[in-house]
Design a binder for this molecule. Structure first.
Ligand code: PEP
Length: 253
């Protein structure tokens, strides 16, 4: 049985006061919900302030990135220990915006995933094809490469902790959500990849989130699909009311 999971990726938005207000509203709006795991992922600089609001609630804190070393001469970077220190439980790794703007490779993503797990953080590993990949019939190949790249160094006991987010790049921030059928097809494919590399049991237990223009209007149809266990929500997580609605509609899958 896989429990629903909704994560809000705030990207580069919200300074401390707005982040605190948004967190308070989300906390209030989700306080009696138990059939879904909830996570919000703000910018590094507001993590601590958000943690002060969410620490006694059913909302967990996640970061949007980390570096794969915990300390040392890595100017400008933040490691897993620092994220744990400010209350993080989760960390997004390999988001397509980082792959695109920061040239993050599968190799780096593999290091980051292992580093997060070794420190006790739960990675939300993002994989997804571009429109060009899809139109040239390479979507599955790209997903396979990104999946095996990210999991390259992961033994089964470590893999059992991770969450995967299937985020087609063409659906992120575009308003063009993948249809439930397209998303389900890829989630099923990813579950098969997990079974091929690890075991059927790990494939059945792994939570696979969909990400890409999720809104309160489309979350229910996505969540009806057997292999979609939740969502990584960008734009619609910025407005607390819409995030709360998405969370409520994702309970008790
Ligand atoms: C994301 O940032 O991971 C995302 C899916 O964004 P959006 O919901 O805005 O498409």
């Amino acid at each position: 049985m896989r429990k629903s999971f909704i994560a809000g990726n705030w990207k580069l938005n919200k300074q401390v006061s707005e982040a605190v207000e948004t967190s308070k509203t989300i906390k209030e709006g989700t306080k009696n919900l138990s059939g879904v795991d909830i996570c919000i992922c703000p910018t590094f600089t507001v993590l601590k302030s958000v943690y002060e609001i969410t620490k006694d609630s059913n909302i967990s804190l996640g970061a949007q990135n980390l570096w794969y070393e915990n300390q040392g001469a890595y100017t400008g970077e933040i490691g897993a220990s620092s994220l744990l220190d400010v209350g993080c439980k989760y960390v997004i790794i390999g988001h397509s915006e980082r792959r695109k703007y920061l040239n993050e490779s599968d190799e780096i993503i593999a290091h980051k995933t292992l580093s997060a797990l070794e420190a006790g953080l739960i990675p939300i590993v993002c994989i997804g094809e571009t429109l060009e990949d899809r139109e040239s019939d390479k979507a599955q190949k790209v997903i396979e490469t990104q999946f095996s790249g990210a999991c390259k160094n992961l033994p089964a006991d470590k893999f059992s902790k991770i969450i995967i987010a299937y985020e087609p790049v063409w659906a992120i921030g575009t308003g063009k959500t993948a249809t439930p059928e397209i998303a389900e097809g890829m989630h099923k494919f990813i579950r098969q990849l997990i079974e091929n590399k690890y075991t059927k049991e790990l494939a059945e237990n792994c939570r696979i989130l969909y990400g890409g223009s999720v809104t309160p209007a489309n979350i229910e149809s996505l969540m009806k699909e057997k292999d979609i266990d939740g969502a990584l929500v960008g734009g619609a997580s910025l407005a607390p009311e819409s995030f709360i609605e998405i969370v409520k509609k994702s309970q008790n899958k």
